[in-house]
Design a protein around this ligand. Sequence first.
Ligand SMILES: NC(=O)c1ccc[n+]([C@@H]2O[C@H](COP(=O)([O-])OP(=O)(O)OC[C@H]3O[C@@H](n4cnc5c(N)ncnc54)[C@H](OP(=O)(O)O)[C@@H]3O)[C@@H](O)[C@H]2O)c1
Length: 269
Amino acid sequence: MSITIREMFDLTDQVAVITGGARHFGYDMADVLAEAGCHLVITSRQLAQAEAAAEKLRAAHQRDVLPLGVDVTDAAQVRALAERALTFKGRVDILINNAGGSPGPGASLFGRKPEEIQELLAVNLLGTIYCCQEFGRIMVNQRRGKIINIASIAGLIGRDRRMYERVGMRGQPVDYAAAKGGIIGLTRDVAAVLAPFGVHVNCISPGGFARENVPPDFIKAYSDRTPLGRMGRQGSADLKGPVLFLASRASDYMVGHNLVVDGGFSIWQ
Ligand SMILES: NC(=O)c1ccc[n+]([C@@H]2O[C@H](COP(=O)([O-])OP(=O)(O)OC[C@H]3O[C@@H](n4cnc5c(N)ncnc54)[C@H](OP(=O)(O)O)[C@@H]3O)[C@@H](O)[C@H]2O)c1
């Protein structure tokens, strides 16, 4: 059966859940999926933040958006999220496990406290596992679904910390690399479990994206070290395109894949 390119990327009336969807990457992903036709469930630990983002998304795309307050490190809250998301429209087609990052100051290997390490692993890795469990169950029952985990190139390569230290930045701690490497491995194995039920699990590993708080000297150093000569652009097709691809029928023969979106940073010696 042949379908047009437009149909391939059309997500009209599908339901997408984006953890951490109220800001930065999460908001961008919510934005592109709404533009492609999805109704959304977006979360933040602060309900008011999710509500404010939901208002903006509704105004921009005329889609229904359900904002929820969720801490993904709490398995009971993730279960409640999945139940609420399912009752929203009676289906969940897409899940993006975006909540993560490296909270706290970041530090050298020897400066990390056990509770900081545990928190980072809990947000990035445990939260992603809990969400795969709860939404995986829903998608298996539906016999369809797309799960996109957000990893990082930190899960693939070690980093030259001197690039950060030269501009007074601390860089991400090693436990961040462990969590993101864990997500890449998790993605492959969950994909193997869920693929026979028609559920597609893949992940995206972004490189560094420029933000307003990133020092210009660091942007220059990072750009010089990147084959495409620049950092990723927030709000652009740099991330939105890959997300739409993995959420849509265009990627229907892909499971367990790690899509690296880094301008070539990880391929250059
Ligand atoms: N920025 C980059 O260059 C980059 C590169 C590679 C990978 N990534 C990954 O991309 C994802 C998003 O990054 P970002 O830079 O946009 O994020 P960010 O600005 O650091 O914000 C972290 C996001 O995760 C959510 N979050 C944090 N802890 C949470 C918890 N316990 N429960 C639920 N949600 C939680 C936050 O939501 P609230 O604060 O609203 O609760 C927020 O949406 C992360 O997984 C990050 O590791 C980012």
